[in-house]
Design a protein around this ligand. Structure first.
Ligand code: TYD
Length: 205
């Protein structure tokens, strides 16, 4: 028996982390065993890679950023994601490969085919369900700014975040089965309702 792999995606301040606790409650109700994790930084090398990637003083090129994200992901997949899925435990990850297509592809303008090649070489598992929290970047960035000091990505201009949003929507359009879009500009309760519906439907399938 293998566990299901669910990923949460969206721009900064899109409400993924708040939603995670709602999803956990539903899985608990169904007595599903699961772990929650996040990228970047979910594997053993996480702390160091995360600080390299998010620190505003890191002066790295887009290609190096891409390779570090992929290295972080491979470490995460091999040490945490796959062992859990293989033993029947579900994995709920706050960000995964679609973040790389959106941020390094859409945001930093790296060719999709380059990311495709790396993803193939690394043999990364595909999520069973991806929830995309979608909302306009100006609203999301305001939320993110209220939360804490801005990191290297959050400090980028609005059009960087608009490209990320569009790249996510583009991917969602191409993989309608896997992606479910949540309108994250709605109020808290409405977002929760949408997520509840998506997870319940997924569990019933
Ligand atoms: P984090 O503090 O975890 O923020 P968030 O709550 O938005 O997930 O920061 C992760 C940052 O790393 C976020 O700005 C997105 C970026 N990122 C990429 O650029 N590419 C990737 O492949 C991943 C996983 C994250």
């Amino acid at each position: 028996m293998t566990g299901k792999f669910i990923t949460l995606e969206g721009i900064e301040g899109s409400g993924k982390s708040t939603s995670l606790s709602d999803i956990k409650k539903i899985l608990d109700k169904y007595s599903i065993s699961y772990i929650t994790t996040k990228e970047p930084g979910g594997g053993p090398l996480g702390t160091e890679l995360r600080s390299l990637l998010l620190n505003k003083n890191s002066n790295i090129t887009s290609e190096v950023e891409l390779l570090l994200m992929m290295a972080d992901r491979k470490d995460h997949v091999d040490n945490l994601i796959l062992p859990n899925l293989e033993s029947g435990v579900w994995v709920l990850s706050d960000r995964y490969l679609d973040s790389t297509y959106a941020y390094q592809g859409g945001g930093r303008k790296i060719e999709t085919s380059t990311i495709d090649k790396l993803a193939n070489i690394l043999n990364l598992p595909k999520p069973d369900l991806t929830i995309l929290y979608d909302l306009p970047p100006d609203v999301a960035l305001q939320r993110a700014a209220q939360r804490s000091a801005l990191d290297r990505f959050e400090s980028e201009p609005v059009d960087f975040h608009t490209r990320i949003r569009n790249a996510y929507l583009e991917r969602a359009k191409r993989e309608k089965e896997r992606f479910k879009i949540v309108n994250s500009s709605a109020d808290f309760d409405r977002v929760k309702e949408q997520v509840l519906k998506i997870i319940t439907k997924f569990l019933d399938e």
